[in-house]
Design a protein around this ligand. Structure first.
Ligand SMILES: [Zn+2]
Length: 269
């Protein structure tokens, strides 16, 4: 008997599917760009009694905290827009084994599925979230145009001026992203150095990290939350660039207006 999805896990697949469609419609997920993982361990109501019917994939040396965790992950060379048509080929539900030597793909994973090539980075981030006892369960990487564009402009390619630009565009940015967006200098995609730099910047309390000249990495309590954080920040980036396209500098909210938002509406993450 194969693994039976309970209603919560079926709902998780639908929610990943919906966010996959939104990412594609936004133009943030060209070709097979982007990837997502979601720690759904809390939704696993019954432990696996036997692994004999599942293929166990060797995978060495994941942190002890990830033993017995369950993660939905997107596949390498799969498209966000295709999840709706073929969820069991674009997603896998991975159960990380107790002995730290591999995982079993207990649902999905059809048609030569391999987890995202960024799996190592995702695991590193989930490990960080568990150790820090954060509320976030989702790690989402995608390519929002306007935020990426800001890292190509010298005036916004540093954390201070980047957040100064974004917070000044509309009040909700300071409200929903009080810590601002973290900025990680360019590193080759898929490398441990990029993952390490991302974790280092996340320790400053950011929910979204902008990888210079590449894309964003967002944390979320669920896929909708991760998407919303990127959407709010990218909206501000878009308005900033719209103003610049007129040949003028945006007037911005004033510093005292931004401080008033902080004083009145505090969001703790
Ligand atoms: Zn990317």
């Amino acid at each position: 008997m194969s693994f039976q999805l309970n209603p919560a896990l079926k709902s998780s697949i639908q929610r990943i599917t919906f966010i996959g469609q939104l990412l594609f419609q936004k133009g943030w997920a060209e070709k097979n760009a982007g990837n997502l993982s979601w720690d759904v361990t809390d939704d696993i109501l019954e432990p696996l009694l036997s692994l004999t019917e599942f293929n166990v994939h060797p995978y060495a040396d994941y942190p002890a905290e990830l033993q017995n965790r369950w993660l939905f992950v997107t596949g390498t060379n799969t498209r966000f827009r295709d999840i709706e048509k073929k969820p069991d080929q674009c997603l896998g539900l991975l159960h990380f084994l107790e002995n730290q030597n591999g995982y079993a793909c207990v649902w999905g994973g059809q048609n030569n599925f391999k987890p995202t090539s960024e799996l190592h980075s995702h695991l590193r981030l989930h490990h960080f979230l568990l150790k820090q006892k954060k509320i976030f369960k989702v790690v989402l990487h995608t390519h929002p145009d306007e935020l990426i564009a800001l890292t190509h402009l010298p005036e916004t390619n540093n954390p201070e001026t980047l957040n100064w630009a974004l917070w000044g565009m509309l009040p909700e940015v300071k409200l929903f992203a009080p810590q601002g967006i973290g900025l990680v200098p360019y590193h080759l995609t898929g490398t441990d150095i990029l993952a390490q730099a991302t974790v280092e910047v996340l320790t400053h309390g950011h929910q979204v990290i902008l990888w210079e000249k590449h894309g964003v990495l967002a944390l979320g309590t669920d896929p909708e939350d991760a998407f919303d954080q990127i959407d709010v920040l990218n909206k501000a980036a878009k308005i900033y660039l719209l103003c610049k396209q007129t040949g003028q500098n945006p007037q911005r909210l004033t510093q005292s207006q931004i401080e008033e938002i902080s004083r009145t509406y505090q969001k703790k993450i």
